[in-house]
Design a protein around this ligand. Structure first.
Ligand code: ADP
Ligand code: ASP
Ligand code: MG
Length: 474
């Protein structure tokens, strides 16, 4: 008997048809004798709607948040009416959904009175998305003769208080999962747990960051010692490129933890970047599969880096980033400027996605998300105020119309000329490269180009990845 953790994303629970597929997938797994833990996202679009409701509440728009709450009610009720026959359990579920959405409105009222929403309140409000969907999915499963029950992950996943991007307190979480969740499985219950959310030790809802239900899946898989984690989504697996950017994208049958980690970190939405760590440590295999095409085997994610000769496996990109450049002739040989800059950036609360420095030491650059750029620039200017006054540093510049593009593949390691091929392709397409960085793992090369070149660069580099897939399947 295997223990399988299955995470279903927003589209996979986003309609009556999708939820029916979810039930069929879990039924099949149970018939094979597996013990299944289900982790669900909110229905697609619901987290965005909840966030909008808090913003409207903060600006005093009562009609705005009430109408969002009403839309959410109708959306969930429609699915319930389609999938659950009129009986006692439907009424009970409808009452539960209504009660949760009443609480949502109460939160919005409080925000409206205060006139602002703190990250803590935002997390409490968005938690309703998963709390609603988990109840609906569990109830539909029960209609399908599965012994399912909904649970809020806040009861198991204990986190720090970094609201909107919380990190699990592993020991506490492990203990709760072992003592409270494992016994449910042994009683033959299929727990349907909310993804994305956790709770602080003192009882406040937290969330793990946008797209964080994948991470929840990995947390449960690791703490349950699952034999497999399956990420059920709306594409056939991890692909050679974002299928929305290039329709030629093909499914990769296999990718390693470190390759997929790079892909996720550099923008491939198919997997949250934090998903890899917990399962990697335990060596738990992960599959990415399509809820709407369950016959497809999907992509297997595992330990081994080079099962194929493929050099460039996939291309990914991140928009909405800014490049900050610190430059000045007087920087030459002055120790600690980079260190102080990065510390100031961290204190401003920004994550650095990529760093590049030329050997002359007269400038270095790095990227942060657009929304953080001004704050980071000010923080650096404050930190380096003396050097700027002495003109050792000329300026701290922001460039916003850029994107990061990353090519990924463990086969790059030790194969000379890969970077050369990448930049030849870009050169042939007249695409200017603003900055370059290669991780020491040598499993990815990232570079910055102007935003206008995004599609052209992705398509041109994707040709290399597609050539490689062709070679491997030949
Ligand atoms: P879910 O709601 O199931 O978590 P997401 O929307 O978060 O799904 O992630 C799946 C989407 O990721 C796909 O629909 C696809 O458009 C996008 N995506 C981006 N890059 C890739 C890639 N390399 N492979 C597969 N999908 C990708
Ligand atoms: N519902 C959350 C979001 O939209 C988490 C997730 O779907 O993974 O970000
Ligand atoms: Mg996702």
């Amino acid at each position: 008997m295997s223990v399988i953790t299955m995470k279903f994303g927003g589209t996979s629970v986003g309609s009556a048809e999708a939820i029916s597929n979810v039930v069929a997938i879990v039924q099949e797994s149970q018939q094979r004798g597996d013990e299944v833990i289900v982790v669900v996202s909110a229905m697609s679009g619901v987290t965005d709607a909840l966030l909008k409701s808090v913003r409207l509440a903060a600006s005093g728009d009562r009609w705005g948040y009430l109408s969002i709450s009403q839309e959410l009610r109708e959306r969930h009720e429609e699915v319930i009416h389609q999938l659950i026959p009129p009986n006692g359990s439907r009424e009970k579920l409808l009452a539960e959904i209504a009660s949760l959405l009443d609480q949502h409105v109460e939160f919005c009222q409080a925000v409206s009175i205060l006139g602002e929403a703190t990250p803590r309140i935002m997390d409490a409000v968005v938690s309703y998305g998963e709390r609603l969907s988990s109840r609906v999915v569990a109830a539909v499963m029960r209609e399908g003769q599965l012994n399912a029950a909904a649970y809020d992950a806040s009861q198991f996943v204990i986190t720090d208080d970094k609201y909107q991007s919380a990190t699990p307190l592993w020991e506490e979480t492990q203990q709760r999962i072992s003592h409270q969740l494992v016994p449910l499985l042994r009683q033959g219950i299929i727990p349907v747990v909310t993804g994305f959310i956790g709770m602080t030790l003192d009882g406040h809802f937290t969330t793990l960051g946008r797209g964080g239900s994948d991470f929840s899946g990995a947390i449960f898989a690791a703490c349950m010692n699952s034999d497999e984690l399956i990420i059920w989504t709306d594409v056939d697996g991890v692909m050679t490129a974002d299928p929305r950017l290039d329709r030629r994208a093909r499914v990769l049958p296999y990718i390693s933890y470190s390759e997929v980690g790079e892909l996720a970190f550099y923008g491939a939405k198919v997997l949250h970047p934090k998903t890899v760590q917990p399962i990697l440590e335990k060596g738990i295999p992960c599959r990415v599969r399509n809820t709407f095409n369950p016959q497809h085997p999907g992509t297997l994610i595992g330990q081994n880096g080079e099962t194929t000769s493929t050099v460039i496996k996939a291309v990914t990109s991140i928009r909405n980033v800014s490049l900050l450049t610190v430059s000045g002739r007087g920087m030459l040989g002055v120790p600690g400027i980079a260190g102080r800059t990065f510390l100031a950036t961290a204190k401003a609360g920004a994550n650095i996605l990529m760093i590049s420095q030329s050997s002359s030491e007269q400038s270095f650059c790095f990227t942060v998300t657009d929304d953080m750029a001004d704050r980071v620039k000010t923080a650096i200017e404050n930190e380096l105020g003396e050097e700027i006054a002495r003109r050792n540093i000329d300026r701290v510049e922001i460039q916003s119309d850029i994107v990061i593009i990353t090519t990924v593949g463990a086969g790059m390691r030790g194969i000379p000329g890969v970077a050369g091929r990448v930049f030849t392709v870009l050169g042939n397409n007249q695409i200017n490269v603003v900055a370059i960085a290669q991780g020491s793992s040598e499993c990815s090369i990232s570079f910055i180009v102007d935003e206008v070149n995004l599609e052209c660069a992705v398509v041109a580099l994707h040709d290399l990845a597609l050539e490689a897939v062709e070679e491997d399947t030949r």
